[in-house]
Design a protein around this ligand. Sequence first.
Ligand SMILES: [Zn+2]
Length: 213
Amino acid sequence: MQITPSCRILPGMTAALPRRLWLLLLWLACAGAAQALSFSTVVLDPGHGGRDGGAVWNKLVEKNLCLDVAKRVETLLKKKGLKVVMTRRTDTFVELGDRAWIANRQPRSIFVSIHFNASRNTAIRGVEVFYRSTNGRALASRILTALRARLKTTSGRGLVHGDLKVLRATTMPAVVVEAAYISNKAEAARCATAAHRQAIAEAIAAGILAARG
Ligand SMILES: [Zn+2]
């Protein structure tokens, strides 16, 4: 929901320091401090569904991967005591506006949409996390860091500012995770295994928990 201000400077220091130095110290304190988000509910949004399969590459259908990973994330987060709301839990089509409507009814929540990417350039691989708001960026950054560490990859565009409809329509910190390029043969082969989908889910859950501070 809101960023908890976590940058502090000792009050006694301020009077003795020239204004410029004080501002520099304040900037350094803020830049170094982690932005913690305050939320108790996670809305998980498995991309696509039903007649909308999403990307189809290397015998993988995106909508199925999204739902599989989202359910794994749900299990992990519930174990940590968070409330989880899913925008779909079966192979059904849900309009983007309805996904946002489901999310916006949840107080103190964040929104994490899970997708898999594809490109005609099959050499492209890696992780991308889209955000639109400042709080969304804080969440995206935590999830990206966890994904890159857990999946041992530095490929992909990483954090991407995107004016996506689902990010525009949601009122809480919101991100869209593109967990891998299934158009890339090597990444598709990994995504076809339950172990890799579990690793993706563990990273997304770890990123969400880290964002909570
Ligand atoms: Zn997608």
